[in-house]
Design a protein around this ligand. Structure first.
Ligand code: SIN
Length: 335
């Protein structure tokens, strides 16, 4: 009783302290994946670093697993937001910017990247500004790119995806809202279906779609492999994220605070690359150990056939993205 009484006495003091230390700015960081993924981990680290570097003046609240918004809704909310003290931040996959940027579609081109080193070469080059150009006019401030990994294909079927188009015929694949991914699936011989990330597990389980393409950490953390029979290690395209914030909020932050937040983001980005490299190996291993879906490496000949089958996608989107930009990117990667 005495302790409770003392505790009650402390409440007004605690409230006063909370007020004294209330943050001046709040960033609501919304994402759709699990906390233990390269994006989830980087978001948590970012929140911690911002708290330290701004000495509590900026509070980052992280909302994983589509708890606050899905990727479509978060971009709308960000664009509509006019608050100067509460900013919405998110890291939707690059494929989900199709409504706002034609040039960012470059990242979806099949077999553009051999691996994450290729991706970093592009992201760290001056071409990245060209790829993300114009987003500020749509109310979005692009800040950095975070990795997940190269995508592989999973399928519920009596055999793995090896031969195109034979193994894709009659199969429906969930894709993100990317027109390039849709064209790629058609060129491989399958039928694409755009669905939000939150619906993938149920859609696979209920047979709404037969398969999907994703990075290892998303497959493992969302248990997609538990409702699939095979995973073909195709590494056919990149799953990465553009970290964006409401332009209005960002532009209005005092310069010192903005620099502190930017430096936290820089360090979170460096850490994200390490998280992604680690997850790529460890989550593949965990999926193999779980033995729900059999993991199948493609032969060089199969990989070459997939590359050839998807080549028309490049021609189809060349004008929309910009031929010169595509050539510059190809020259930079030079393979
Ligand atoms: C994500 O990694 O943020 C989601 C990717 C997807 O929609 O497949």
């Amino acid at each position: 009783m005495k302790l409770l009484f003392r505790a009650l006495l402390l409440v007004p003091l605690a409230l006063a302290n909370m007020q004294a230390f209330a943050a001046d700015y709040t960033i609501k960081f919304s994402h759709v994946v699990a906390p233990k993924t390269p994006k989830g981990q980087a978001a948590e680290l970012f929140a911690k670093l911002v708290d330290e570097r701004t000495k509590g003046r900026v509070k980052v609240e992280v909302f994983p697993n589509s708890q606050l918004y899905n990727d479509k809704k978060v971009l709308e909310a960000m664009r509509l937001s006019s608050s100067k003290t509460t900013g919405i931040m998110a890291a939707p996959s690059l494929s989900k910017f199709v409504k706002f940027s034609k040039t960012l579609q470059t990242f979806d081109l099949p077999y553009l990247f051999n691996d994450l080193n290729d991706v970093h070469k592009l992201v760290d080059s001056p071409l990245m500004d060209q790829l993300a150009t114009g987003l500020d006019k749509k109310g979005l401030r692009a800040l950095t790119v975070w990795d997940n990994g190269m995508k592989v294909f999973s399928i519920k079927a009596d055999k793995p995806l090896r031969n195109t188009p034979a193994d894709f015929n009659g199969m429906k694949f969930r894709i993100q809202s990317s027109n390039i991914a849709a064209s790629m699936i058609k060129n491989l011989g399958g039928t694409p279906q755009k669905l939000p990330f939150k619906e993938v597990y149920t859609s696979l389980g209920q047979g709404v779609v037969d398969g999907q393409e994703n990075a290892w950490s998303n497959i493992y953390s969302k248990k997609f492999h538990e409702v699939q029979d095979f995973i073909s290690v195709s590494n056919h395209s990149y799953l990465g994220y553009l970290v964006v914030v409401s332009d209005e909020f960002w532009s209005n932050l005092p310069a010192d605070i903005r620099n502190q937040v930017a430096s936290a983001l820089k360090d979170a980005t460096d850490a994200n690359r390490q998280y992604a490299a680690a997850a790529d190996k460890s989550d593949r291993k965990k999926i193999e150990n779980d033995r729900y879906a059999k993991v199948v490496d493609l032969t060089d000949a199969e990989r070459a056939a997939w590359r050839k089958a998807t080549a028309p996608v490049w021609a189809e989107f060349r004008d929309e993205i910009g031929g010169k930009l595509i050539d510059d990117v190809k020259n930079l990667l030079a393979h």
